[in-house]
Design a protein. Structure first.
Lengths: 155, 440
């Protein structure tokens, strides 16, 4: 499979913002992940072909950054901050609450495939700790109850 | 001087200020208009910022005006030149640039444009950490609004100044907040910091002259151009001028991002603004400027917040992100988390850092979990001394070593007690949850 036509058009446009085409890499990986759900070996090969690079070079970049998912994941991803400011205010209880409410083990996916739950290092919401990111949206000033409520309300 | 004069968040606190119409009504782009309409030369902008005493707000505290003068003279060096704005805010405890981007994106874009004007950059790239979607979207929308009004792009406001502003996103790697790691990432590579020299001003993005400035740093520039360097220099202390955004997090009643002039004491911030320590507890320890600076004890809360005063206490201002830790907390646990972070974030290029951060993390972890070995505390100290200062390409190794050395210095007895008892007396039972494999 090649890159989706709309992504090709989008990436061509983006590339005009940089003196080198390769500079769109980070943005392209994000978009490709949005569209396909995760970055499969095929997805990385498609992007490499578009950029005129070896697949291993693209893999080398993608594997450096924790936001790029190189394995399939659930329909929804909950990323719970467990760095210091969040830990001081009960991040571990949020992890337990989210795992309980979703049925997913930490760093794993729920049996129904609906949720992947993971921890992340400091997400820059320290003054509103504890927090998690659900599909790209921050939820802050959490309590275990509030955390459960939020994930349970996800359709 | 006045502790009450505020300017940084005035517009940010107005409802809807992320939209151009509202922002302009409240003064956005006035400084840019003034500079371009009056034809104020770029050298005057640099001089004003130099005279103002503005120092970078990204952690290092280097003179902004001075940094700009490192860019080569365009008459002698006609290469393309760039401004890279560091919006990768990822230092634990730090959450201030997010407030600026989310709530006053036009004020920020104006700062970007004035900084680009000062260094005569034809393009500015704003590198926002990937997790910051809303701040990213707000700034991106602001750029588009500004472009439609000829505030961004070719011949801005009819002047001969042209500058494109582009948004770029990171991928969740702390090391991309290091300026050369940021540039590598922006070029589409792994975020591996580059050895310096050559410095970015001579060999930056794509090998061209580049200046990297923090969000809050450039955000200050329009205020300086509007109100003058003398006004700016009247705020703050001898070597720390202006106001700063202070994030206060951890065990306090009212965590938040507050604006203060340098010179305020940490005690006043904690007690008058952050509502004091939670649950009526005492302050055991705190980081004054993010987790990469030395821990201070509770007794040091009387310190004045500025670059010089924190140095006299053996720590540093960093990003002015205060992380407050109460007296029920285990320092072994705190350091387990801090050291795990640097282990996770080391890019792996330098052995001292790649191996050192792993060792620190493993040792703090076993101490916190009652499995410490007899010489572990001494090993921590020896390891940290082997990791810094200045032994590696970038400062991440130092950033892991500095809090470690302070923890060993200030809380040696507590750490040793965890080892001798084979249990952490202050450990809080952790909730149980299953952990699956597959995390990379």
């Amino acid at each position: 499979m090649a890159l989706e036509a709309n992504l090709v058009a989008e990436f061509d446009q983006l590339a005009k913002n940089y003196p080198e085409k390769r500079a769109i890499m980070m943005l392209a990986l994000h978009r490709l992940q949005d569209v396909r759900g995760w970055l499969s070996p095929e997805a990385l090969e498609d992007l490499a072909a578009y950029l005129g690079m070896e697949p291993v070079e693209v893999f080398g970049v993608a594997s450096f950054y924790p936001m790029y998912r190189l394995r399939p994941c659930g329909q929804h991803v909950v990323s719970i901050c467990h760095n210091i400011s969040c830990d001081l205010r009960g991040a571990q209880d949020i992890v337990a609450a989210v795992c309980e409410a979703t049925g997913a083990p930490l760093h794993g996916t729920s049996p129904d495939g609906k949720f992947t739950v993971t921890t992340v290092e400091c997400a820059g919401a320290c003054a509103n700790a504890p927090m998690f990111d659900l599909d790209g949206v921050y939820h802050e000033d959490l309590t275990p109850e509030k955390a459960k409520q939020i994930v349970r309300s996800v359709k | 001087m006045s502790q009450t004069e505020r300017y940084l968040l005035t517009r940010a606190n107005i409802e809807g200020a992320h939209q151009l119409a509202v922002a302009e009504k409240h003064g956005a782009y006035e400084a840019l208009r003034k500079v371009l309409k009056e034809g104020i030369p770029y050298s005057t902008v640099i001089d004003e910022v130099k005279k103002s005493g503005l120092r970078g707000r990204g952690g290092a505290g280097f003179s902004t005006g001075m940094k700009w003068t490192f860019m080569p003279d365009p008459a002698k060096d006609p290469r393309p030149r760039y401004l890279a704005v560091n919006a990768d805010e990822s230092e634990p405890g730090t959450c201030k640039d997010r407030v600026i981007m989310q709530r006053d994106p036009h004020g920020f874009v104006e700062g970007v444009l004035l900084a680009a004007y000062a260094i005569r950059a034809q393009a500015a790239y704003i590198y926002v950490r990937g997790e910051y979607r809303l701040p990213h979207d707000r700034v991106k929308a602001a750029i588009e609004e500004a472009r439609a009004k000829n505030l961004v792009g070719k011949n801005i406001l009819g002047s001969d100044f042209s500058c494109e502003v582009y948004m770029h996103r990171g991928g969740g790697a702390y090391i991309c907040g290091e300026e050369t790691g940021l540039m590598e990432s922006l070029e589409g590579k792994r975020g591996h910091p580059r050895p310096k020299p050559p410095f970015p001003a001579m060999f930056g993005l794509w090998g061209q002259p580049t200046t990297v400035n923090n969000v809050e740093t450039v955000f200050n520039v329009p205020f300086i151009m509007n109100r003058g360097s003398a006004w700016f220099a009247s705020l703050g202390t001898a070597n720390s001028k202006g106001n700063f955004l202070c994030g206060i997090s951890g065990h306090v009643n009212k965590p938040g991002v507050y604006e203060f002039s340098f010179g305020i004491t940490a005690k006043e911030i904690l007690e008058q603004h952050a509502g004091g320590m939670w649950k009526g507890r005492g302050l055991k320890a705190w980081f004054p400027g993010g987790s990469s600076c030395s821990l201070l004890k509770g007794a040091d809360i009387d310190v004045v917040l500025d670059h010089d005063s924190l140095r006299t206490r053996g720590s540093s201002l960093g990003t002015a992100a205060m992380i407050m830790i109460d007296d029920h907390t285990s320092m072994a646990r705190v350091m387990e988390i801090i050291s795990r972070f640097y282990d996770h974030e080391s890019c792996g290029q330098c052995s001292q850092c790649r191996e050192g951060t792993q060792w620190l993390s493993q040792i703090f972890r076993r101490i916190a979990h009652g499995k410490g070995k007899a010489d572990d505390v001494a090993t921590l100290e020896a390891l940290a001394k082997g990791m810094a200062p200045g032994k590696t390409i970038c400062a991440l190794s130092d950033a892991a070593a500095i809090p470690t050395l302070s923890a060993v210095r200030l809380f040696k007895d507590e750490l040793i007690e965890c080892v001798t008892r084979q249990a952490d007396p202050l450990a809080v039972p952790q909730p149980h949850y299953a952990v699956a494999g597959g995390h990379h």
